[in-house]
Design a protein around this ligand. Structure first.
Ligand code: FEO
Length: 581
């Protein structure tokens, strides 16, 4: 094993990129590109633990390379690859999907290995033809197709579209019982550990990654799991594209995908997010909106209009309660196909549906406005103001997208929630209502993104370290800022003096709105706002989260705190029933 044994010091100024190679199975070697400082501008990098890009060499009588690496690792990766193998002996390059973090070096590898045949899904081959300018040999594969490398490595392919890219395939090696999955079953977690030795340490990142990238594609996850179930033998190793490989908890971690996806799709309402993949910001924007929708408990179907079949688009619109359409600029190369696809969506849409739109890099021509009018004329309800992206998206824009998605999801579920509220006014609910709590406001800030939420389900949970739990509804915007390792402030409100703050923070804020405008705040040491009118505040760090149906129970340790009025008492929240706040 050639490895970086220790995590480099965090205060190094240069970006820390290292390479690790290790034999993981008979005839199989991984080359892992360790990206210790991956920026968190992509929505799924919220936990700030860096990431890895995992590539594999399978040596049968023939040799296959599974995926490459991010272009930022060009020299490091090519040196590691040529240190392991003579590139002129590579027979196949299997492309699990074409996002640049795995395919960014394919053109470079092909220069060293011009004889290699590219193996991938039809859509992947199409994209690579645009990416790699020189001609190359290729084999298109789909579920059930095989590629025999010899020595027992009779590889079988599994189509896994939308996990999380339309062109995703998995590769199964029956000799080593290994499933190569690229993004699926991965996590953004960079450490020198090749495998999932420390389940507790990786669980929050594994879950967060699922929520950002896979939950919006939960139906596709379940379809892929069914295809995996049909493979002849057991899977003992998941050779993923990001983070530690799943070796010690393989079955458990795979089953979590099934459980989470079943929970995600159990509601009867779905929303369809139509977008045009550009292998960049349009995808991220649509993912952020989709993540927001899933937070409200509504299942999402992601549809890339570049590759979608018109009949499928028609059916998806027919069964969706909500529609989101992302438009590329007018000069997009896909304008003709796109206008046909949008025509299909419009023709299949119904007046009871809700919808929202976003536009990436529009100029002054505003191509979405006429379309917006057409959907309104059909009788659809607008769920959020159209999102117009003019410059490179930042964290605040992704937050706006997520909150817009949640607004759409809540619009779809609000009727059921009101109905449930009325029908449950029973003795049980009256008794539950006698559980009382205090009144608090959680405040958090990460970069340019700020959030606040009124809370009353707060209780001390430990002495050493001083800690408490707070229940946060899954569809709350601030939930995204309260992942493990995040810091926030708990503001404790004072009896008789809380009405002003409550009135302000109980307002319904439009997506992306500054919750603190007009409020007296100062910044805590941990970077989150402290409310000037609060009786006391605690600066906290999230230690763990427990899923409790429609809420997250967030356990946090307290780092510091202060009381502003020694005589003041905490405001108490009395309720009549327990089936809403
Ligand atoms: Fe890790 Fe979808 O690329």
């Amino acid at each position: 094993m050639v490895a970086t044994p220790l995590k480099p010091e965090k205060n190094q100024t240069e970006k820390r990129l290292t390479i690790q190679t290790e034999q993981i199975n008979e005839d199989t070697t991984t080359i892992r590109s360790l990206d210790w400082d991956r920026d968190r501008f992509d929505i799924e990098f919220g936990l700030q633990n860096g990431t890895t890009y995992n590539s594999y060499i399978i040596r049968g009588e023939k040799i296959a390379l599974v995926d490459t690496s991010h272009a930022k690792f060009r020299q490091l990766y090519l040196d590691a690859l040529t240190g392991e193998i003579d590139p002129t002996t590579i027979d196949y390059i299997i492309v699990s999907h074409t996002e640049p973090d795995h395919s960014g070096l394919i053109a470079d590898v092909l220069k060293l290995a011009p004889q290699a045949v590219i193996v991938g899904a039809k859509v992947a081959i199409k994209f690579l033809k645009d990416l790699v300018h020189d001609p190359f040999e290729f084999i298109q594969v789909k579920s059930g197709d095989r590629l025999d490398l010899g020595k027992g490595h009779d590889l079988e392919f599994v189509s896994a579209p939308n996990l999380h890219w339309p062109d995703t395939i998995f590769t199964y090696d029956p000799k080593t019982l290994t499933l190569f999955t690229c993004d699926a079953f991965g996590l953004h977690y960079c450490s020198a550990a090749t495998y999932d030795d420390d389940l507790k340490a990786i669980t929050p990142d594994y879950r967060f990654y699922y929520e950002c990238l896979m939950a919006p594609n939960a139906r596709s996850v379940l379809s892929a799991m069914k295809r995996i179930d049909k493979l002849d033998s057991e899977i003992t190793l998941v050779a993923n594209g990001h983070g530690p490989l799943l070796k010690h908890n393989t079955k458990e971690l795979m089953e979590w995908y099934r459980e989470w996806s079943e929970a995600q799709t159990k509601g009867d309402k779905t929303a369809a997010v139509f977008y045009v993949s550009d292998y960049g910001y349009s995808d991220r924007i649509s993912q952020a909106i989709a993540k927001g929708i899933t937070k409200a408990g509504v299942a999402v179907e992601m549809v890339d209009l570049k590759v979608a079949d018109p009949q499928d688009v028609h059916e998806i619109v027919g069964r969706a309660a909500g529609l989101v359409i992302g438009m590329p600029p007018l000069d997009s190369a896909y304008n003709d196909e796109l206008s046909k696809a949008v025509g299909t969506i419009l023709a299949a849409s119904k007046d009871k549906q809700v919808f929202g739109m976003f536009e990436s890099y529009g100029g002054n021509d505003e191509p979405i406005d006429p379309l917006l009018m057409k959907f309104r004329d059909t009788g659809l309800t607008t769920a959020f103001d159209s999102i117009r992206v003019k410059t490179e998206p930042d964290e605040a824009l992704y937050q706006l997208c997520e909150e817009s998605g949640t607004d759409l999801g809540q619009l779809l579920t609000q009727k059921e929630k009101l109905k449930a509220r009325k029908s449950l006014d029973s003795d049980l609910d009256k008794a539950m209502g006698r559980i009382s709590g205090g009144l608090y406001i959680l405040t958090a800030q990460k970069g340019d993104v700020k959030g606040a939420m009124v809370a009353s389900w707060v209780t001390q949970a430990s002495f050493e370290p001083p800690g408490f739990t707070v229940a946060v509804a899954k569809d709350r915007a601030i939930e995204s800022l309260m992942q493990v390792g995040d810091r926030f402030v708990l503001n404790i409100l004072e009896e008789g003096k809380y009405q002003g703050l409550m009135k302000h923070f109980l307002k319904r804020f439009p997506p992306g709105a500054d919750r603190f405008e007009g409020v007296n705040v100062q910044m805590a040491k941990n970077g989150s706002p402290i409310l000037g009118e609060a009786l006391a505040y605690l600066e906290c760090e999230v230690m763990s989260r427990m899923e409790a149906s429609d809420h997250w129970i967030v356990y946090s340790k307290v780092e510091t705190g202060r009381v502003s009025n020694q005589e003041g008492l905490t405001a108490v929240h009395h309720r009549k029933v327990g089936n809403y706040y």
